[in-house]
Design a protein around this ligand. Structure first.
Ligand code: ADP
Ligand code: ASP
Ligand code: MG
Length: 422
């Protein structure tokens, strides 16, 4: 008997028929002798619908008082899902009980709309499991110290599932979704993308942080920190396929490098359309200038990603960085009003139509020439690179948004990602 956490995403929970299928699949695992905790997302489209209603009443979204209410609203999507799934399980002859985040409780900090899980009390859940029940817990939500309902950021049900698996020391956490695993890149953009049988934890972390939405980044961080065995697999296979076959399907996130079977230099390509670029032109180049520019940005709670400072000419330099697109207008205003006058910069320009494309692979540690192959491939497509950033296992470029798909496809081909690795 094993303790297993299943997570089902929005599409997997998208209709009562699909929920019935989820219940049948879970019942199969229980009948095979396992204890099951199930973490579903809201039905597909529901979180967007709920947040859309809020936006109709108030387009502003950044005051803490308003964000508290956004969480109050968004959390209801998952509450409906757990109730429906518990009913469907009971209809399958299972004993099942549903809980919201605050009932467990899943305790978080108070950063509304992007709260972090601090602790999970597993007593109630363990008692139910011991009594033979399937426990269904809302994804995406928790409760802060003052009993306010919080949510974990979009895609946060992945994190709920992995955190619950970690807290309960589950034998495995299975993330069921609408694709049958982690691919070399988003199969919606590149049809030739190939499913990876395994991906190292470090690569998965990079892929998630660089924009692959198949797993929320924090879920991967949790899996790494607590060594949660994690697998991404399809909820769209027939529910009654052989359980042993199902248990080995999809993509396993591995923690040991030598366990990695596919030794490609580049394992995957991630992309992200969520950023915008801002540039200060003609900034006097003197010690402290980066701090004078980025200090006020950090103080305004704006996250910065890629940064470039040019060499100076006649004591002046240009300074560019990227921010989340949601923060673009705020950043431009801050630079124009405060930072440019304070630093003596000549001009502020911005571009919200950029994207970041990244190649990821632990093989990059031991191979040279990977980045230059990337740059050659982009140049052959006539794509201009605006910014570059690298780490040990990734190289990212910022390019014009209109070339994103072209770039991803070209790189996918250049690194032979459509071919099974030797
Ligand atoms: P869920 O609702 O189950 O959480 P998501 O939409 O959040 O599902 O994540 C699954 C989607 O992630 C897939 O449909 C796919 O389009 C997208 N995706 C992006 N990058 C990848 C990748 N490298 N491998 C697999 N899927 C990816
Ligand atoms: N329902 C939430 C969202 O749409 C959480 C999730 O699906 O993981 O972002
Ligand atoms: Mg998701």
């Amino acid at each position: 008997m094993a303790l297993i956490v299943h997570k089902y995403g929005g599409t997997s929970m998208g209709s009562t028929d699909r929920i019935r299928n989820v219940a049948k699949r879970v019942a199969k695992w229980v009948r095979a002798g396992h204890q099951l905790v199930v973490v579903p997302s809201a039905m597909s489209g529901e979180t967007n619908r709920l947040l859309g209603l809020a936006k109709e009443l108030s387009p502003a979204s950044s005051t803490p008082a308003l964000m508290r209410e956004l969480d109050m609203i968004a959390a209801t999507g998952e509450q409906v899902s757990v109730g429906l799934l518990s009913i469907a399980l009971q209809a399958e002859g299972m004993e099942a009980v549903s809980y919201t985040g605050w009932q467990v409780p899943v305790k978080t900090d108070s950063a509304y709309t992007k709260a972090r899980i601090e602790s999970i009390d597993d007593q109630r859940v363990r008692a139910d499991l011991a009594a033979g029940k399937v426990v269904v817990i809302t994804g995406f939500q928790g409760v802060d110290e003052e009993d306010n309902i919080t949510t974990l950021g979009r895609g946060g049900s992945d994190t709920s599932a992995v955190a619950i698996a970690a807290a309960m020391k589950a034998d495995e956490c299975l993330i069921y979704t609408d694709v049958d695993g982690v691919y070399t890149t988003d199969p919606r953009i590149v049809p030739e993308a190939r499913r990876l049988h395994t991906i190292s934890f470090e690569e998965m972390l990079e892929m998630a942080s660089l924009g692959s939405k198949v797993l929320q980044i924090r879920s991967v961080e949790f899996a790494g920190k607590y060594r949660v065995p994690l697998r991404v697999l399809s909820s769209f296979t027939p529910w009654d396929i052989d359980i042993n076959e199902e248990a080995k399907s999809g993509t396993l996130i591995t923690f040991e490098e030598d366990e990695k079977m596919e030794q490609a230099v580049v394992s995957g390509i991630a992309f992200n359309r969520d950023e915008a670029k801002v540039t200060l032109l003609g900034v006097p180049d003197k010690p402290g200038i980066a701090f004078q520019i980025l200090g006020p940005v950090a103080e305004a709670n704006i996250d910065i990603d890629v940064i470039i400072q040019n060499v100076s000419q006649e004591g002046k330099t240009d300074f560019s960085f990227t921010v989340h697109r949601n923060d673009y207008a705020r950043t431009m205003e801050l630079l124009e009003r405060t930072v440019a006058p304070a630093t003596g910069a000549a001009r502020v320009v911005g571009d919200a139509k950029i994207c970041k494309v990244s190649i990821v692979g632990i093989g990059m540690r031991s191979h040279v020439g990977v980045a230059s192959k990337m740059f050659r491939s982009l140049s052959e497509e006539g794509i201009n690179i605006q910014m570059i950033t690298t780490s040990e296992i990734k190289t990212s470029v910022v390019i014009d948004e209109k070339y994103m798909e072209l770039a991803v496809r070209a790189l996918h081909k250049a690194f032979d990602l459509d071919q099974e690795a030797a």
